[in-house]
Design a protein around this ligand. Structure first.
Ligand SMILES: Cc1cc2nc3c(=O)[nH]c(=O)nc-3n(C[C@H](O)[C@H](O)[C@H](O)COP(=O)(O)OP(=O)(O)OC[C@H]3O[C@@H](n4cnc5c(N)ncnc54)[C@H](O)[C@@H]3O)c2cc1C
Length: 394
C-alpha cells in the first residue's frame, strides 16, 4: 500500500483484515440486532457507544501517533461499507471525530493543537462537531456570516450554525467564522477550536429529522464567545475555507462507501424476501419483473463498490482529490436512493411498514444526497473541474 496523506505508515494488510472482521461482526451481530430499539428510542444504547470506543472506532482515521487506528482512506471506505449495513446512526456517532471535524485538525492543526485534542478525539472522550453550515450558507459556505474579531490576542466569535451533527453531545466545535470580507487574497474564513462549555455557546434542541434516528443534529449559537490565540487552527486566518473544502472532499468518498453499504443491505433484505414471500403459491422471486429489480440493485451496488475503491485509491495516491470524490458521492448516493426505492417495491406493502429494514433504509439514505454537498453541487464540481482541466491543457 502507498503511504497516507499524513506521511504516517498505514496499518498492515494483516492487521487491517482483523479490524475489518471485528467491525463486520460488531455491526452484524450487535448493532443490526438493536436497530429497532435505536429507531424507536432515537438514541444509541450506552453499551454500543462503549463497545465502539473500546474497538477504536472513534479514532480509526486518526493517525496512530495520536492514539487512533491510523487507517488510510482506502481502508476507511472498507469499514464505511460495513457501517452502512446497519442504521446510519452508528456511523454518525463517530463520523465527525474521524471525518469532517477530526480531519481539519489532522490536516491543518498545529502540533500543539493536535497534541491537545487528537488523543481524546480518537478515544471518544471528546466528541468533535464540524460547525460550518448557516442559514443561507449551506451549498455556498463561502458566504457564511459568523464573525471572529480580534480582542487583544483573543478572538470573539459570533454567529449561528444549523444542522450540526452531534452538537447535542459535542465537547468541541470546529467552528468556521469570517475574520474579514472575502478579497483577492482569499475567502476571509478562519476555523477555531471552540470547547462546547465556553461561555456564550448555546446548543438548541435536537432537530426532528426524517430518518437516521439515534443520530442527532441541532443549531449552535455563538454569542460573544471568547477564545485564546491557541484556538485558531493552524495559527492562520486564511486556512478555514481550504480546510473545510479538503475535509469535505475526503468525506465524500467515505459517504459514497456508506451508501454502498446501505444499498447492499437493502439488496440482501430484498433477495431474502423475494426468495420466501409468495403470491398465489409462487415465490415472488420467481417473477421476472421482480428479478429485474434485483438485477438493477445488484448492478448498482457492484458499480458503486468498484467506484468507491477506485476513488479512495486515487485519493491515497494523491492523483485526484477533487473530481473523483464528487463522482463517487454523486453516483453512489443516487444509486443508494434508487436501490432503497426498489427494495421497498420488492417488499410490496410490507416495505411501507415501520420496523421493516428497507423502510428505515429508504429514509436513512435520503440524507446522503443532501449533506457534504448536494448532488447538484457534486455535478458542478465535476463539470467545472473537467472544463478547468481542459483549459489548463491537462
Ligand atoms: C442531518 C443533517 C446533518 C448535517 N450535518 C452537518 C454538520 O455536521 N456540519 C455542517 O456544517 N453542516 C451539516 N449539515 C448541513 C448540510 O451540509 C447542508 O444542509 C447542505 O450542504 C445543503 O445546504 P442547505 O441545507 O443550505 O441547502 P441549499 O444550499 O439551500 O440547497 C437547496 C437546493 O438548492 C440547490 N442549490 C444550491 N446552490 C446551488 C447552485 N449553486 N447551483 C445549483 N443548485 C444549487 C441544492 O442542490 C438544493 O437542491 C447537515 C445537514 C443535515 C440535513
Amino acid at each position: 500500500m502507498t503511504s497516507t496523506s499524513t506521511g504516517v505508515e498505514p496499518v498492515t494488510a494483516e492487521d487491517f483484515r482483523e479490524i475489518l472482521a471485528q467491525t463486520r461482526k460488531f455491526v452484524r451481530t450487535v448493532v443490526v440486532e438493536r436497530e429497532r430499539e435505536i429507531a424507536e428510542e432515537n438514541r444509541m444504547p450506552d453499551e454500543i457507544v462503549e463497545q465502539a470506543k473500546a474497538m477504536g472506532l472513534f479514532g480509526y482515521a486518526i493517525p496512530q501517533q495520536w492514539g487512533g487506528l491510523g487507517l488510510d482512506l482506502a481502508q476507511d471506505v472498507e469499514l464505511a461499507m460495513e457501517f452502512g449495513y446497519t442504521t446510519l446512526a452508528l456511523r454518525s456517532m463517530f463520523g465527525t471525530n474521524n471525518g469532517i471535524a477530526g480531519q481539519v485538525l489532522v490536516g491543518f492543526g498545529t502540533e500543539e493543537q493536535k497534541s491537545r485534542w487528537l488523543e481524546p478525539i480518537a478515544s471518544g472522550e471528546v466528541v468533535a462537531s464540524f460547525a460550518l453550515t448557516e442559514s443561507g450558507a449551506g451549498s455556498n459556505p463561502a458566504s457564511l456570516r459568523s464573525t471572529a474579531a480580534r480582542s487583544g490576542t483573543d478572538w470573539i466569535i459570533n454567529g449561528e450554525k444549523r444542522f450540526i451533527t452531534n452538537a447535542p453531545v459535542a465537547d468541541l466545535f470546529i467552528t468556521f467564522a469570517r475574520t474579514r470580507p472575502a478579497d483577492e487574497h482569499g475567502a476571509g474564513i478562519a476555523v477555531f477550536l471552540v470547547p462546547a462549555d465556553s461561555l456564550g455557546v448555546e446548543v438548541g434542541p435536537k432537530d426532528r429529522k426524517m430518518g437516521q434516528e439515534g443520530a442527532w443534529t441541532a443549531e449552535v449559537r455563538f454569542q460573544d464567545v471568547r477564545v485564546g490565540p491557541e484556538a485558531l487552527v493552524g495559527g492562520s486566518e486564511d486556512i478555514g475555507y481550504r480546510a473545510a473544502m479538503t475535509s469535505l472532499a475526503r468525506g465524500r468518498i467515505h459517504i459514497a462507501a456508506l451508501a454502498v453499504g446501505a444499498a447492499q443491505r437493502a439488496l440482501d433484505e430484498s433477495v431474502a424476501y423475494a426468495a420466501t414471500a409468495t403470491q398465489g403459491g409462487t415465490a415472488i422471486g420467481q417473477f421476472q419483473l421482480v428479478q429485474s429489480m434485483l438485477a438493477d440493485m445488484q448492478t448498482g451496488v457492484m458499480a458503486g463498490r468498484a467506484l468507491v475503491r477506485d476513488a479512495a485509491r486515487s485519493w491515497v495516491a494523491g492523483e485526484d482529490r477533487r473530481i473523483a470524490p464528487s463522482v463517487a458521492k454523486l453516483y453512489c448516493t443516487e444509486m443508494a436512493g434508487k436501490v432503497a426505492d426498489l427494495a421497498v417495491q420488492v417488499h410490496g406493502g410490507t416495505g411501507y411498514m415501520r420496523d421493516v429494514a428497507v423502510e428505515r433504509i429508504y429514509r436513512d439514505v435520503r440524507l446522503l444526497r443532501l449533506y457534504e454537498g448536494t448532488s447538484e453541487i457534486q455535478r458542478l464540481i465535476i463539470g467545472g473541474g473537467l472544463v478547468k482541466n481542459a483549459q489548463r491543457g491537462q
